[in-house]
Design a protein around this ligand. Structure first.
Ligand code: HEM
Length: 534
């Protein structure tokens, strides 16, 4: 950076006044009024009280006092980067989504990577899930694929989201520990929630301490739908695969890095982009129909399950390239508002109860955080395609309908009109049944895929999982919670359960946890899940 040797004068107290001259812009108030002195407030006498008529002082302090907005209730610490999505081939057979029609076409994108549990000022190398939220500004509106770097989730029903998040955040009476998962409340909740076992194995693995955002996978997690121009639907799962491959650090490295450089991941991304090393991911899809879905022992609507890639290989359909840092962190990264319900025509939802709940939640949270229903007027959230509607007014309205018409139908021939052909048509899936609060039996096997993940890992990776569980559970002070967890581990893998149980000093091993349904011991390990093999 160039250091400017600015012409300056000194005031009575030796304070520095850098004076505008030549082309240098004149400092103004927010109302545009030119400022003569930004170093001294207006006083009655040299050593007297500050005067209430000092509008410049009042405005400057007022604005500073209102700089903070609530941090995100989850994923508070994040780092955003601009880039583009490029389509490899036409997917018209599966989806009418415009961005997937023309090979080689590029669509602008913004990605925010994040940790889930820590506050905005927490450290980058926490053992945690990483958010991988992608906003693609398509010609038919924004598509937000709000994913994580782990392909499954802790819970099967969105009604449990406040509980899992409360349990992982600092405990309400003492407001610690900040060290994310390492405490009684979290492990209490997890040990009482068998559906979380698959995700827990991923979180205790090296996946949860990535080397860099550039070496992480991303997953849409849920089963979505593609819908083509003939209104035919295909189920789809989305995966981002980094061109650089997967890399993690080991726990001892993570602990040191957190102490020496808590900004390690954002610094890595900043430096990579500044030096022209633009990170890339391929977007892969797994495509399948209802008959294929019906063959599984598990439910494709269950977000605690993956569809193994050996059974259904993934197919690359495009790439994401990140090549530009935001000009302003707050304006872009902090104010970006991702919402799972932002989908263009041709992409639709499944009945996954977690996805359904998310579609409800994100609009609320954006209003709370950004403070106005007009958060779509912020440039980072506004579509980049033409858009026109009759929504108006509200706090900070910057785009109101122009002219007489702010309703429809109208007789004036003005304003936008509906389009049954071009507009979003919800896939008319057949839904029926009694109104119930119930979990389907097809969601009941909580151990088979946890085991499959564990046995797919290389011996060093398995050791890391055992060490992580031992470290985390050794921080738990309540013996029964430790025992409950070991009982689950015995059900996932006996050797793992015993190893952790012994390391925790349990005198007798608990009985393996009751499984609601028989779990499958015969699953093949899935090499695709191992980090070290790559
Ligand atoms: C934020 C992913 C489940 C509510 C986020 C973010 C990501 C994410 C990546 C950060 C977005 C950003 O960078 O701005 C996921 C994934 C889930 C999941 C992958 C499960 C598969 C849920 C559920 C709920 C929920 C079940 C609620 C019912 C929220 C809220 C925010 C958030 C309130 C804060 C949004 C903001 O203030 O900008 N989620 N989430 N999430 N998520 Fe989720």
């Amino acid at each position: 950076a160039t250091i400017h040797d600015q012409k300056a004068t000194r005031g009575n107290g030796g304070e520095l006044h850098q004076i505008a001259e030549g082309d240098t812009p004149v400092l103004t108030t927010a109302q545009g009024g030119p400022v003569a002195d930004d170093q001294n407030s207006l006083r009655a006498g040299e050593r007297g009280p500050t005067l209430i008529e000092d509008f410049h002082f009042r405005e400057k302090i007022f604005h500073f006092d209102h700089e903070r907005i609530p941090e995100r209730v989850v994923h508070a610490r994040g780092y955003g980067v601009h880039g583009f999505f490029e389509t490899y081939e036409s997917l018209a057979a599966y989806t009418r989504a415009d961005l997937f029609q023309r090979p080689g076409e590029r669509t602008p994108a913004f990605v925010r990577f994040s940790t889930v549990a820590g506050s905005k000022g927490s450290f980058d190398l926490a053992r945690d899930v990483r958010g991988f939220a992608v906003k693609i500004y398509t010609k038919e509106g924004n598509w937000d694929l709000v994913g994580n770097n782990i392909p499954v989730f802790f819970i099967q029903d969105a009604i449990k989201f406040p509980d899992v998040i409360h349990s992982v955040k600092p405990e309400p009476d003492r407001e610690f520990p900040q060290a994310q998962s390492a405490h009684d409340n979290f492990w209490d909740f997890i040990s009482l929630t068998p559906e979380s076992m698959h995700m827990i194995m991923w979180v205790m693995s090296d996946r949860a301490i990535p080397r860099s955002f550039r070496f992480m996978e991303g997953f849409g997690v849920h089963t979505f739908r593609f819908v083509n121009a003939k209104d035919e639907s295909t189920f789809v799962k989305f995966h981002w695969k980094p061109k650089l491959g997967l890399q993690s650090v080991v726990w001892n490295e993570a602990v040191k890095i957190n102490g020496a450089d808590p900004d390690f991941h954002r610094r890595d991304m900043w430096q990579a982009i500044q030096s022209g090393n633009f990170p890339e991911w391929d977007l892969h899809v797994q495509l399948f129909d209802q008959d294929f879905a019906d063959k599984f022992d598990f439910d494709i609507l269950d977000p605690t399950k993956i569809i193994p890639e050996e059974v259904l290989p993934t197919k690359p359909v495009g790439r994401l390239v990140l090549d530009r840092m935001p000009e302003n962190f707050f304006a872009e990264t902090e104010q970006v508002a991702f919402m799972t319900q932002n989908v263009p025509p041709g992409i639709d939802f499944s009945d996954d109860p977690l996805l359904q709940g998310r579609n409800f939640s994100y609009l609320d949270t954006q209003l709370k955080r950004l403070g106005s229903p007009n958060f779509t007027h912020l440039p980072i959230n506004a579509p980049k395609c033409p858009f026109q509607h009759f929504q108006q007014d509200g706090h900070m309205a910057m785009r109101n309908p122009v002219g007489r018409v702010n309703y429809q139908p109208n007789s004036w021939g003005e304003g936008p009109r509906e389009s049954p052909m071009k507009g979003f048509r919800h896939f008319p899936s057949e839904e029926q049944g009694p109104k119930l609060r119930i979990r389907a039996e097809s969601f009941a096997d909580h151990y088979s895929q946890a085991r499959q993940f564990f046995i797919s890992q290389t011996p060093p990776e398995q050791r890391h999982i055992a060490d992580a569980l031992t470290f985390e559970l050794s921080k738990v002070e309540t013996p029964v919670i430790r025992e409950r967890m070991v009982a689950h581990l015995l059900n996932i893998d006996e050797t793992l359960g015993k190893k952790v149980g012994h390391a925790l000093g349990l005198e007798t091993m608990p009985k393996p946890a009751d499984a609601a349904v028989a779990t499958r011991q015969d699953l093949d390990p899935s090499p695709a899940l191992s980090i070290i093999q790559r």
